[in-house]
Design a protein around this ligand. Structure first.
Ligand code: FEO
Length: 401
């Protein structure tokens, strides 16, 4: 089916109710949508496509509004397969349509599909009219690939943003004001934390740039459309990109024979004694994408692991590898863990925390075999000290605003 989102602008995307793992890395408990938009004017423009396996439903949605052959422009805001997979099927029907995209998108599409489409590459500021509607293109590199761009429809004050401002959320409703608020904001945050987190500096600049445009609707290519005060999601992006976070602690850890678990609980006790909220996540039984979403709005990160063969446990190894790639901003961190005859995990954790770009790291704590009462007290003290560091960094952040 299709849904009208503005005069002459229709959603023609598809709903992927059963997607549970995006990128084969990131859990999508609520599924997703692949949003595509059809602009009907003197000329017809299709903005973005959908994931390949859904092409039949996608073509049907378009045909309900207009014969596919009427499409003169295919605008590609981003070439990743979830937005371009169905494009070859569309282009089989309209081989002479102009494919409008950035030069980087052109390169990616050429590599993915090896087809001689009629490309028309655009840069930031370029405009195109399709009748009464004027389309302005705004490059948005690394939001989330180098090729991303926004298409802004001036007359409708409509920003077709592709990945940014999206949420992995399958729903029969198309607008943010029609769905459960807790879920949409949770999924928007999880999307940012797991997809856009490494690019915060670029995101901050780009959001500030588009805030100068009159925007009434932001229509991303995943999830629901923001038509009610869309500046709310832009403000959230600015907050997340600037590293603002709550004065609380997240302890992500794994334990072989419970000693590191006992340490984590004693540390948490100390943190609570400082009236600081804390959450514990055992990494072998917790969804890591959910932990990174939690980290987005949490100031303090503690990571613990038992030592196994001079290094960390496998679930912790997986967590720290992703942490290094996401490069979270504005955090304070500390590591801990138990070991037997030889240590190793603490060093690996410290190196990983530094490699992730976290500058505020306080000395960690290692315990041999089982923590004794004196060592448990040291864990509690470490928790108290860490909570104080979290408060200090939060205050500095407040002052810097
Ligand atoms: Fe939704 Fe970067 O693809």
């Amino acid at each position: 089916m299709n849904v009208k989102i503005a005069e002459g602008v229709y959603w023609v995307g598809v709903i992927d109710w059963n997607l549970r793992l995006y990128h084969n890395t990131y859990s999508t408990h609520h599924g997703t949508t692949y949003n595509s938009y059809l602009l009907l004017d003197d000329q017809v423009a299709l903005v973005d496509s959908v994931y390949g396996p859904f092409y039949e439903e996608f073509l049907k949605n378009i045909k309900e509004l207009v014969p596919i052959e009427k499409i003169t422009y295919v605008i590609v805001n981003h070439a990743e397969s979830d937005h371009s997979g169905a494009l070859p099927k569309v282009m089989e029907i309209i081989p002479r349509a102009k494919v409008v995209c950035t030069s980087k998108s052109k390169d990616i599409l050429s590599r993915l599909y090896q087809t001689p489409w009629d490309f028309h590459t655009v840069k930031s500021g370029d405009e195109m009219t399709i009748g009464k509607k004027t389309l302005k293109f705004i490059e948005a590199p690394m939001m989330h690939w180098p090729d991303n761009m926004f298409t802004y429809v001036r007359e409708d004050k409509l920003l077709l943003s592709n990945d940014p401002f999206g949420q992995h959320m399958a729903t029969s409703e198309r607008f943010e004001d029609e769905v459960e608020q807790a879920v949409v904001w949770e999924e928007a945050a999880k999307y940012f934390a797991n997809t856009l987190y490494p690019f915060t500096a670029l995101i901050k600049r780009k959001v500030e740039e588009i805030q100068s445009l009159p925007i009434q609707i932001i229509a991303p290519s995943h999830g629901v459309i923001w038509r009610r005060e869309p500046q709310r999601i832009m403000e959230k992006y600015l907050r997340w990109a600037s590293g603002e976070a709550e004065e609380r602690v997240l302890i992500a850890y794994e334990s072989m024979w419970e000693s590191t678990d006992i340490m984590a609980r004693a540390i948490a006790e100390g943190i609570q004694k400082e009236d600081t909220p804390v959450k514990l996540f055992r990494l072998s039984v917790t969804d890591h994408a959910d932990v990174f979403r939690e980290l987005l709005e949490t100031r303090g990160l503690m990571i613990g692991s038992s030592t196994l063969n001079n290094t960390v446990l496998p679930s912790t190894a997986s967590f720290i590898e992703t942490l290094k790639s996401l490069r979270p901003k504005g955090k304070v961190a500390c590591v801990f863990g138990s070991h037997g005859w030889g240590g190793g995990a603490i060093k690996v954790l410290e190196l990983a925390v530094k490699a992730s770009g976290i500058e505020n790291v306080i000395p960690g704590l290692a315990v041999k075999y089982r923590p004794e009462e004196g060592e448990l007290e040291a864990c509690r003290q470490l928790g108290r000290q860490f909570a104080q560091e979290v408060k200090k960094l939060s205050k500095e952040g407040e002052k810097a605003k």
